[in-house]
Structures are given as C-alpha cells and as structure tokens.
Ligand binder design. Structure first.
Ligand code: PLP
Length: 363
C-alpha cells in the first residue's frame, strides 16, 4: 500500500483529506558546513544570564512547567503598559498563530494574508478547515493592503499583516496600516505579526507598540526567537484585547510552554542594553550588505528584517547553488526567490561574492 499522503484513497485509516494533502512544515536547511543563513536566526550567543537561568530551571525538569506563565506575563504587561490579561505567551509565535486560527476560523471561513509571506499562514489556515485567501504582493514585494481590504468578505474571520514581511523583508507603513484598519470591520480579527520588529529602523514603518489600545480587533505578535536569539527555546507572545486573547488561550496545547523558555525570556529582557547593541549591529550589517548589493546591480528590495530577499524567479535553484558554492546555506522559495539571513560578520564576504555571480546570472 502506498504511504504517500498525496493518495488519500489508499490511506490506512479515515482522516481529513485536506490534512493529508497538506505538506508538512519545512524549516530552513541545516548547513553541513559554512554559514547557515536559511532560518533568520540570530548569530549571537544567548544574552548574558540566559544560560544560568535555563540551568536553574533544568533542575526542575521532573516537574511540569507553570502553564500560567505569571512572571513573564507580568513582565511583558509592564513593558507594554497593558494589563496581564492583555498578554498571551506561548511556545513560539507560530503556536500563537495556530491558536488564533483555531479560535477564529472554522469550516467555510476565510483567512486573508499577503503572498508571498510566512509559509505558516497557508498551513495554519488548513488546520481548522478554513479557506486561505492569499493576496498577491505588489510588484515591489510589499503587502497590497488595499487589495487585502477588498478581499474581505462576510466569511473572513482573520486577516494577517506581516511587517517586516518574511521572506521579502519589506514593511507596511504607519499610514498604510491605519488606512487599512479604518477599512476593516471592527469585529474582524487582525493579527499584526511583527516577528522581526526589533530590527526595523525606518521611522515610517508600522510599530505595534504605538497601536496598543487603539483597536478592539487588533492583536500584535512578537517573538523571542529572532532579535532575542531564543529560537531553540520556543517562546513568543501576543498583545491585544483581553477577550480575544482569552479565546486563543482555550486553544493552546496544554503545558507546551516550558519554564526554561519563560526564565530565559525574563533574563533576556533584563539585558535590554546588550540586546539593543546586537540588534543595531545586525541592522548596520544589513544596511552595508544591501548597499553593496544595490551597487552591484542586484534587484533587492530594501530590507527591514534580519534578512534579504533576492527575487531570482526562474534562476532561484541556480542562485541557491551559487550561495552553496560559497559555503552559504540560504533558503529557496520556488519559484520566486531566495531569502538570506544577515548572519555572522565573517559571512558577509562570501555573501557578496556569491551575490555578484547571481547578479551576472540574472543579467
Ligand atoms: C513572520 C514570522 N512570524 C512568526 C515566526 C515564528 O516565530 P517563533 O519562533 O516565535 O514561532 C516567524 C519565524 O520564522 C516568522 O518569520
């Protein structure tokens, strides 16, 4: 019997066909050698204090974690100037995205997002049986918020805005976002996914921090995986109206958020000065790389996250190979392009050498 999930007729037990047809989530490739620039990770070690905090938590491994996450919740509430019940914490913002999808959209409902964007959006839409409504990015690789607003129907239950957008690294402006929110019904949930917010230096870009308390239907998602460098521990959070977060709390996988992740997040927040230095360092490296790419004729949109988008189109597989031949593992998004993380300082020379070849390849 075939074990190919693409042939549900021959599947050994009765299961949901839309789930069997769904490709499993694929992460950025591991790098056998050289630089791993395929997962938008942080090249720095964990911030000072994090390893000690995690070590102490490890001594309690025989206990379940505190699922209510009171300390990190209170800390985030204080940082954002909100009440504790306006904060939701989970094992990564991916977990939160799934929780909000389960809480908001059922069979026959629609989820609107920009495309190309984070590959989790189509996947998380299928889990509750909802229908994806992807709206094409603009030719300059940005969200088309006017088209997204126009794509909303009476079946829409969730709209996701991603800024900076993964993988194109473009941002939505404050004005665009405000105009969009004015066009969206106030009883429709909007998630602003800001996984890379800390890397943004453009003052015109939307910033969830300035939107807190302004909309009854807006949830802002942030993560400790990127700027804070805790990707391996899995912790992200949302800020939004208490009733919406309350609904999402009921769809959590119980006890999935570890104490290790909670204490590591608190220890990281205690080191905000070092964090800002590291983020500034990566943002400056991104700027240097982008300017060099533009100077060599690469058609690369201005990046705002810790990554750069090469719209290599039909040349995507070749471009990936060029990076590989320069000891760099990047991430291909067939048939559109290649995403490359801004990583270690030592990787920059290889990145630029590869990019020069890619620029020639594309012509
Ligand atoms: C746009 C976006 N949102 C959310 C996430 C998920 O982050 P986390 O590690 O918190 O699950 C990512 C990770 O790549 C991302 O790119």
């Amino acid at each position: 019997m075939s074990s190919d999930p693409g042939t549900p007729l021959h599947f050994p037990v009765k299961m949901r066909p839309e789930i069997l047809a769904l490709p499993a989530y694929k992460q950025g490739l591991a790098a056998p050698t050289g630089f791993k620039l395929s997962s938008n990770e942080n090249p720095f070690d964990p911030l000072p204090g994090v390893l000690d905090a995690v070590d102490a938590a490890t001594r309690q491994l025989h206990r379940y974690p505190n699922a209510a996450a009171p300390e990190i919740t209170a800390r985030l509430a204080a940082e954002w100037g909100v009440e504790n019940d306006e904060v939701i914490v989970a094992a990564g913002s991916v977990a939160l995205l799934v929780q909000f999808a389960l809480a908001s959209a059922g069979h026959g409902d629609e989820v609107v997002y920009s495309w190309r964007s984070f590959e989790v959006y189509p996947w998380m839409t299928v889990l509750p049986g909802a229908t994806a409504v992807p709206v094409a990015n603009t030719p300059d690789h940005r969200h088309d918020l006017v088209a997204m607003a126009a794509a909303i129907t009476d079946r829409t239950r969730l709209v996701i805005v991603n800024s900076p957008n993964n993988p194109t690294s473009t941002v939505v402006t404050k004005t665009e976002f405000e105009t969009f929110m004015a066009a969206v019904p106030s009883d429709l949930l909007v998630i602003l996914d800001e996984a890379y917010a800390e890397f943004v230096t453009d003052a015109d870009a939307v910033n969830g921090r300035e939107l807190v308390g302004r909309y009854p239907n807006l949830v802002i998602l942030r993560t400790f995986s990127k700027a804070y460098g805790l990707a391996g521990l899995r912790i992200g959070y949302g800020i939004g109206p208490a009733p919406i977060l309350g609904a999402a709390r009921t769809t959590i996988t119980p006890l999935s958020l570890t104490d290790h992740a909670q204490v590591a997040a608190i220890a990281s927040l205690d080191r905000s000065e070092e964090l800002h230095e590291r983020v500034a360092n990566i943002a400056a490296r991104r700027e240097t790389v982008w300017q060099a790419l533009v100077a060599m004729g690469c058609d690369v949109p201005r990046p705002h996250g810790n990554f750069v988008w090469f719209p290599t189109g039909d040349h995507t597989t070749e471009a990936l190979e060029v990076f590989r031949s320069h000891d760099i593992t990047a991430r291909a998004y067939l048939p559109d392009g290649v995403r490359l993380t801004i990583g270690e300082e030592e990787s920059v020379e290889n990145v630029l050498a590869a990019a020069e070849k890619i620029a020639r390849l594309i012509g």
